[in-house]
Design a protein. Structure first.
Length: 277
């Protein structure tokens, strides 16, 4: 199995991550703002009937459910049980059988070479130790199997949102890495090295037209998105900093928004696929 991560600091960090993603309503964000991304990833991985698929950091199943609809035998794991419960309910709505399990992307509870496809849709990028996660993705995928990842880029909207929030957040623990690095093809290539072949890294954009104006975007994420909620809680006793972050997020939406009427934004992501050697 994978390396142990039993030290107290790491356990505390994982507990913080688990609690953060339970804040707000990430399943609604996935369903309302980014519903097509899971299907895009599943299609890029060429998932088909009978494939053994692991969705890592699956959240509420925005990729696991399309994989099951394609006929695959799907296991979905995530650090946050509240997200798994939402995914289980959504799968039952479709009449799908998916195995849901609480698990750490950096220490997966699965055997070596257990899956034909190992994928993650804007999920594993939020695990703090990138190399540990990449090692696990490779370990549990069979030789010739597919690793597929869809990640927000550093220069795209979500990457820039995290950059805007960083000055208002607590300092990251030593050794943790910024999530949007997974949206850099050079970074991901370095993580997997010579253990994969047939690498494809495609920069794409998701058009988002869900918000009429910047303040609507900002308030939506303040209510529903765990990382944003956590940052606002960190500065809740400082009204000036709250106002400053409000301003910074509004300006971010204005910078990326265009078109008359409703905001029309293009959110950039990296679609990465590779074969395990």
């Amino acid at each position: 199995m994978a390396r142990s991560t039993d030290d107290a600091a790491d356990r505390t960090l994982k507990e913080r991550h688990r609690a953060m993603w339970a804040l707000g309503d990430y399943p609604s964000i996935a369903a309302e703002i980014i519903p097509e991304l899971g299907t895009i990833l599943v299609e890029a991985c060429q998932v088909g009937p009978g494939d053994a698929v692991l969705d890592v950091a699956a959240g509420a199943g925005n990729a696991a459910i399309p994989a099951a609809l394609a006929g695959a035998e799907v296991v979905a794991c995530d650090l946050t049980p509240e997200l798994l419960e939402a995914g289980r309910a959504a799968a039952e709505h479709y009449g799908l059988r998916i195995t849901w399990r609480e698990a750490d992307a950096e220490n997966l509870p699965y055997a070596n070479r257990a899956f034909d496809t190992v994928m993650s849709c804007v999920g594993v990028m939020f695990a703090p130790h990138h190399q540990a996660s990449a090692d696990e993705l490779v370990r549990v995928c069979r030789p010739g199997g597919t690793i597929g990842l869809l990640s927000w880029t550093p220069d795209g909207f979500i990457g820039q949102m995290f950059a805007a929030m960083k000055p208002y957040a607590p300092p990251p623990p030593p050794g943790s890495q910024p999530p949007p690095l997974w949206g850099s093809l050079d970074h991901v290539r370095a993580l997997f090295g010579e253990r994969v072949s047939d690498v494809s890294g495609d920069l794409r954009t998701l058009r988002v037209e869900a918000f009429a104006e910047p303040v609507e975007f900002r308030e939506y994420f303040k209510r529903g998105y765990g990382p944003t909620i956590a940052v606002y809680r960190n500065i809740a006793d400082d009204p000036d900093r709250v106002a400053a972050l409000d301003h910074d997020l509004d300006e971010l939406a204005r910078r990326f928004g265009h078109g008359a009427g409703r905001l029309r934004m293009e959110w950039e992501y990296l679609l990465f696929t590779a074969r395990v050697v």
